[in-house]
Design a protein around this ligand. Structure first.
Ligand code: ADP
Length: 612
């Protein structure tokens, strides 16, 4: 790929990769946060149920307490004025208070004055006090169960007031009150894992696992409400500052993400859980009261985890993206490489074809001298025969003339066969393999080298059965054989009793053609380089007409390539009697039975007739 294009591609890919990483990061964040918040909501809901239940149970314990006082004769006698204050009743209430673990128990008459109380002997005793303005009295005097959270006016002690009307013959004669300390409940919260608070109907935090949150407000309070509280002394003039919960995002009807700012230095408290930062606030009403309970589950670690997951997803996807890119790049390189290899192979094949063709032409060059000689003989014969015929005709010897003309026709036929044979050899081969009776190319090769063979005096022995057939291209196989036989003739040059043996056999379902000679054989240093292009031990061709034509060192390299193309192999070795043995291994084939399937190059080699 050109550099400019590569830079452009990288310029396009980098933003795409960054976009992918960003997308994966956002998706990772959202999925992780969603799952984290869902899990947090689930645990928060469990905590809320658990804490609310324990608080309700604690409150319920005292629910019927004040009403049971109405069963006491002494109490009714006192509130109806039938009997004066019996100190025994005060002591009874004191004991009862101690046993029940409540803050105080007291009895008021119809007008709201305290007649008897458990704290009778304390300096801040309620005895004689008028509590008619307290909402719990008002409720009970109206015949209802009173429920009220308040801070005591005398001791400033926060508590839950439960009141009940005292009735006699269906008429309300007084009110019984039990004040329960809720601090006791808070102690059971000492093991909670998340901040929890209870707000009363006015949104004032009356119970909290973080002490400093108590008597803060969940929502802003307007002036009239504040004034009203001052009048009723409900919170005993506590400042009621806002807790500072900042709503962020509502994720369900009962769940909201909120944020709490860090408390001022010095107001920091020892807690096992964080008291500032992001929280999931889940709120539920407390039955039997107007209160709500809120559990705050720390949500910062969910966000932290989501960021970590987002980073992981982004890095992971970027990594995958890079891997993908590298893989694509590699594939492109490989494809490029393949294309180059293919192109080279094509070029090499073309070059090889050229060389094969050039090799043929060279052989033809070598042959032409021999051929001129081969044709000269019949031409001379023709010359003599035609001269004789003219004479026979002049003499009127028609029979002799006819005989001569027939011989002339025969000679012309033979010469025609010879030239067409050469034409077929020079023709470029199609290269397509087909079933070939190997006897034909062997005969053709020997025919082409006939002149050289005869001149060399080498004894040729051919042992090839007609039916031995291989899958190849006959022209090219012929080229290989010409080359091998020519090499043998070169090796046998000057040899007194040169011998050349050509055999073809079927061995293990393959065809094995061997060209063996009894020449000097292949020296050890030649053997490994035999099929190397341009490797030759022969002198360069100085004279094209010279026998053998000198060596280019291409013959065996090209021959091996041709045989390889047939799906075969060409090997060279030394024979048992010292000469060289070249073996062509080819896939076997079955010859078609159709005689018309015989193609050019397959025709048998004509035997040249000797002139008369
Ligand atoms: P060239 O014939 O042009 O030298 P080849 O590739 O046909 O190229 O042969 C390479 C070499 O192999 C020859 O130079 C010769 O040394 C050796 N060689 C080939 N055939 C024979 C053989 N029949 N006997 C001995 N040596 C041979």
């Amino acid at each position: 790929m050109p550099a400019a294009r590569r830079i452009r591609t990288i310029g396009l890919l980098l933003p795409a990769l960054a976009g992918l990483a960003l997308l994966a990061g956002v998706a990772g964040f959202l999925v992780s946060e969603g799952m984290g918040l869902a899990a947090l909501q689930e645990t928060g809901r469990h905590r809320l149920d658990l804490y609310a239940e324990s608080l309700e149970r604690e409150i319920d314990k005292y629910a019927y307490f004040p009403a049971t006082l109405g069963l006491e004769r002494d109490v009714l006698d006192l509130v109806t004025g039938r009997a004066p204050l019996a100190w025994g009743l005060n002591r009874y209430l004191e004991r009862l208070n101690e046993r029940a673990g409540t803050l105080s128990i007291y009895v008021l008459n119809r007008r709201g004055r305290v007649l008897a109380t458990s704290n009778w002997n304390r300096p801040d005793s309620f005895i004689g006090e008028d509590l008619s303005y307290r909402p719990y009295f008002v409720e009970a005097a109206a015949g209802h169960q009173g429920r009220f959270f308040g801070v005591g006016t005398t001791r400033g002690e926060a508590g839950y007031y439960l009141s009940s009307p005292l009735t006699e013959d269906g008429a309300i004669v007084g009110v019984a009150v039990v004040k329960v300390s809720l601090e006791q409940l808070e102690q059971s919260w000492s093991t909670v894992e998340a901040p929890v608070l209870v707000a009363d109907e006015n949104g004032v935090v009356i119970l909290a696992s973080v002490p400093s949150w108590k008597f803060t407000t969940l929502r802003p309070m307007d002036e009239p409400t504040r004034r009203h509280f001052d009048q009723t002394l409900q919170y005993n003039a506590r400042p009621l500052a806002p807790l500072g919960l900042m709503p962020q995002d509502r994720i369900a009807a009962d769940a909201e993400l909120v944020r709490l700012s860090r408390p001022a230095e010095g107001q920091l408290e020892e807690t096992v859980f964080p008291v500032s930062g992001g929280f999931l606030a889940q709120t539920a009403p407390l039955h039997g009261t107007g209160w709500t309970m809120t559990v705050l589950s720390p949500a910062d670690q969910v966000t932290g985890m989501a960021w970590a997951q987002a980073a992981l997803a982004a890095v992971g996807s970027a990594f995958l993206g890079i891997l993908l890119l590298m893989w694509m790049q590699r594939r492109r390189h490989l494809r490029e490489l393949e294309r180059k290899v293919e192109e080279r192979t094509r070029n090499l094949r073309a070059a090889q074809d050229e060389l094969v063709h050039a090799g043929k032409l060279a052989v033809i060059g070598q042959l032409s001298a021999g051929l001129a000689h081969e044709l000269n003989q019949p031409l001379a014969a023709l010359r003599t025969l035609s001269g004789n015929t003219v004479k026979f005709l002049q003499r009127g010897n028609l029979d002799a003339a006819q005989g001569n003309l027939e011989r002339i026709a025969h000679l012309v036929d033979s010469m025609g066969a010879l030239t067409s044979q050469l034409k077929s050899f020079a023709r470029k081969s199609s290269g397509a393999s087909r079933p070939v009776a190997v006897r034909r190319p062997i005969d053709n090769a020997l025919f082409l080298l006939d002149q050289r063979l005869r001149r060399s005096g080498v004894a040729v022995q051919v042992d090839v059965a007609e039916e031995v057939a291989a899958l190849c291209d006959p022209n090219r196989l012929e080229q290989v054989l010409v080359n091998l036989v020519a090499n043998s003739l070169d090796a046998l040059a000057g040899h007194e009793s040169g011998r050349l043996t050509l055999t073809a056999r079927t061995v293990d379902g393959r065809i094995r053609i061997q060209v063996a000679d009894n020449g000097p054989g292949l020296p050890a240093e030649v053997l490994p380089r035999l099929f190397e292009p341009f490797f030759t031990t022969k002198e360069a061709a100085k004279d094209a007409s010279k026998e053998g034509g000198g060596g280019l060192g291409l013959g065996l390299a090209i021959s091996a390539g041709i045989v390889r193309d047939f799906g075969g192999a060409l090997t060279g070795a030394n024979g048992p009697d010292g000469g060289a043995v070249f073996t062509i291994d080819l896939p076997a084939a079955t010859l078609p039975t159709d005689p018309t399937a015989v193609q050019a190059g397959d025709f048998p080699c004509p035997t040249l007739p000797s002139p008369p």
